[in-house]
Design a protein around this ligand. Structure first.
Ligand SMILES: [Zn+2]
Length: 323
């Protein structure tokens, strides 16, 4: 049994990570999170029948086995839908075991919120007859274009043991606008979003509880990563903010939060980066100069800042250079 599959060990690791998060975590209210002993300790029930596993704030390492994002699942009267599967088959199997611990209803859908490996590389653990994989209509194209690189990088970072069995599994049900999945007694409303975090972000709204799985359209504590459009992302957050969901599940961060707690720091980060980059472009500065100074005031506010911030500035610069 691996460290991750032994949930006792996983919880210990996560508790330590949480403590390291310090004040940022303490200040973040988590809604109706009850310890889900019935889900094997792997997931918490954030609303009736809505379960979320909280991943670590980390890059892929052999020690974390790809457990670095927030997969979850929703249990209906007739069936279960998985929302994201973690970054390795090991995480996918742990999630599957958490489902089995709380219900004997069949898993009918596996929904991916976007193409990134930390959200889809556990898919293979769910591949079976009667399971439909669901994603944004642009997800397959994006994932297949990067598949070789993603697989090579993941194998390198995770090591052979945690990477073993990883396969690319793409959606067969492709959402171009909106779709509804009926789980019995509750539906999931799927919405293909315009380009923001990536060009294939899909949101999942549970009709019974108003919980919205936002995927990586929301990063909390963990610095966001811009792989789509900073302008599109800011516009999307503004739009959601006009009619905010009651409860959101971010792709990284606490299992569930209010819209304001999740979105405000992210909006501040994106606005700061965009404002700084625009000013530097106006001054005729180069991309290299911009990566040294744009958004530097955000450094203390985010975990993994050094790993991703310069890449975010580069992406913003490339986009805003041409407005
Ligand atoms: Zn992610």
């Amino acid at each position: 049994m691996s460290a991750l599959e032994n949930s006792g060990v996983l919880m210990t690791v996560n508790r330590r990570t949480c403590l390291a998060a310090g004040l940022a975590l303490a200040a973040t209210p988590i809604l109706r999170v009850v310890p889900a002993g019935a889900a094997g300790g792997f997931a918490v029930e954030v609303a009736p029948g809505v379960f979320v596993h909280r991943g670590q704030h980390a890059v892929f390492t052999p020690a974390n086995q790809g457990d670095i994002s927030n997969p979850g699942f929703v249990v209906g009267r007739d069936a279960v839908a998985i929302i994201d599967t973690g970054g390795s088959p090991i995480v996918g199997r742990a999630l599957k075991a958490a489902v089995t611990a709380v219900t004997d209803k069949p898993i009918r859908y596996v929904i991916n919120t976007h193409m990134h490996p930390d959200h889809v590389f556990g898919n293979v653990a769910f591949a079976a007859e009667g399971v439909t994989f669901v994603g944004h209509h642009k997800m397959e194209r994006g994932l297949l274009a990067r598949a070789d690189r993603y697989l090579a990088i993941n194998k390198d970072l995770l090591g052979a043991a945690a990477f073993e069995g990883t396969k690319i599994v793409t959606p067969t049900m492709k959402v171009a606008a909106t779709e509804t999945l009926d789980l019995g007694g509750r539906t999931l409303e799927l919405t293909a979003q315009p380009t923001a975090h990536t060009d294939n972000d899909l949101t999942v709204t549970d009709s019974a509880t108003g919980t919205v799985f936002m995927g990586d359209l929301l990063f909390v504590e963990h610095i966001p990563t811009i792989d789509g459009s900073i302008k599109g992302w800011m516009a999307l957050l503004d739009r959601f903010g006009q009619n905010p969901p009651a409860r959101v599940v971010p792709g990284h961060g606490p299992a569930a939060l209010t819209w304001a707690d999740a979105a405000n720091p992210l909006q501040r980060y994106l606005t700061t980066v965009a404002t700084d980059v625009r000013a530097l472009i106006k001054q005729g500065r180069t991309l290299a100069e911009a990566t040294e100074s744009a958004g530097a005031t955000e450094k203390g506010a985010w975990q993994l800042f050094d790993e991703y911030h310069k890449r975010n500035v580069s992406a913003a610069f490339a986009e805003l250079e041409w407005e």
